[in-house]
Design a protein around this ligand. Sequence first.
Ligand code: SER
Length: 584
Amino acid sequence: MNLKDLYIDFFKTKGHKQIPSAPVVPENDPSVLFNTAGMQPLIPYLMGQAHPYGTRLCDYQKCIRTNDLDAIGDTTHHTFFEMLGNWSLGDYFKDESITWSFEFLTKVLNIPKESLAVTVFKGDDTIPFDEVTYNKWLSLGISKDRIAKTVTDNFWIAGETGPCGPDTEIFYFRSNDEIPITFDPEDDRWVEIWNNVFMEYYKNEDGLVTPLPKKNVDTGMGVERTTAILEGVNDNYLSSIWIDVINLISNISGLKYEDNKESMRIIADHIRTSVFISADNAGIKPSNTDQGYILRRLIRRAIRHAFRLNIDINFNWEEQIARLIINKYKDYYKELIDNEQVVYDVLKQEKIKFNRTLEKGIKEFDKIVSNLDGNIINKDLAFKLYDTYGFPIELTLELAKEKNIEVDTLGFKDKFLEHQEKSRTSSQGKFKGGLAGNGEIETKYHTATHLLNAALKQVVGPDVHQKGSNITQDRMRFDFSCDHKLTEEEKNKTEELVNKWINDSIDVKCIEMKKEDAIKSGAECMFIEKYPDIVTVYTIGDISKELCGGPHVKNTSEIGNFKIIKEEASSAGVRRIKAVINKN
Ligand code: SER
């Protein structure tokens, strides 16, 4: 049995319900492009909302982290990974959480306790030393020498604000060397395999930390790393998760892994992540903004490394690798089967696009370098490589780094923003990652989104359906199916209707019901397969009924004045509205 099945089965015996993996593109979290941790889709529930599955949950969650692409190519980093997680929503706390983690590691995975070490929260000015956790580990037989106390590494929060708390991290000694008696978390032979966060606080934008309504547990264990450990390999790519992909790349290129590790790892990693992004039901396609830009960068970087391995780019190497990956994961993620052809098409089309200019671009790059006056590629040259040859700036940076040359990235960004008015919001804010604010203003925008959806249906027609939404503190963006540019009259009427509903002070209600009943009753929803059997449905009078994780205001009067600031095309058959709300 593999790690995912062992984990889920174990936590089911401890009263947990398995919840489905959420899509990689978060629906209600505007400040991140992808889910970066298992807890992300659960934020409303960690904040106190009742979860339809109860108070003990477990899952495996698809996660994507692309903030450090340069790290890819080593033995342990991946842009896509699966995170195993178990949660207590105001149910059990430190004692059971630590007991079960220890039991799973030592009894199910048969890891000797001598190979384990842990860190616990040392305490700071506001939150005390986590003595309960410290004593619990001692009682389980972890020696004092193997328990390190730290501050920064033992307080977990996704981004800047949100639910958070002290954590305890579990490490495994991954080396053939003799295990040192004293654990040093800085010694990289010790690798972190599991993080148990005792999520009892909320940190707001002013940095203020206050207790949450309930004490929760949020744990996360990386599948790739733990599998490699269990299989006794020091390079994740030699584990059963990757080895057949590496062998395939080796066959395709006719080269040995030992001599070409970096490029082969990058190709394997980036194609796998591209498969999962393009198979996601959000329908992401390579583009120059948001998730589409990440997808473009990953595919183009994989192609560049295939080029380095002298793979014939025109041959269907990318499809062969994608097919193998889909076969490996299809029993766990149904969207890979549903969208299999989409994945191959996305990869191939992007390859064709990039391939047209790749060789010329590399020649141009070499020319730029040989004619360079100083040691820096200026913004105009960097922009030319981007604009004419399709080189994402990160690719230019990577090539430059190999030649010890700098690139004026700041200048490039200015130029890029000038030319790409549309992408301004995303490239400034969201690339930083971090957690969505679920603060007061975002909550208002959430509810305004439901009102706008309902108003468009009344004004434009019942065929209007939500295709996407994105909320920041400053504005909301709403994409919807519609075959024409809205007329001034349609825009005005929509705005008036939303404001009328706000002025009518209508209560917003949240009810739980069976998914099929919710659908039968006509509740709106974007990705039905994502939802569990029991769902939360938000209703606003008889105006709107949507499946949604929240959060929402209690009454529409809390929203303030609603104003549409822009209406434009998003993609074929999809229009985009940007709107703001102001205090009355
Ligand atoms: N949220 C924590 C992490 O990502 C534990 O799941 O490490």
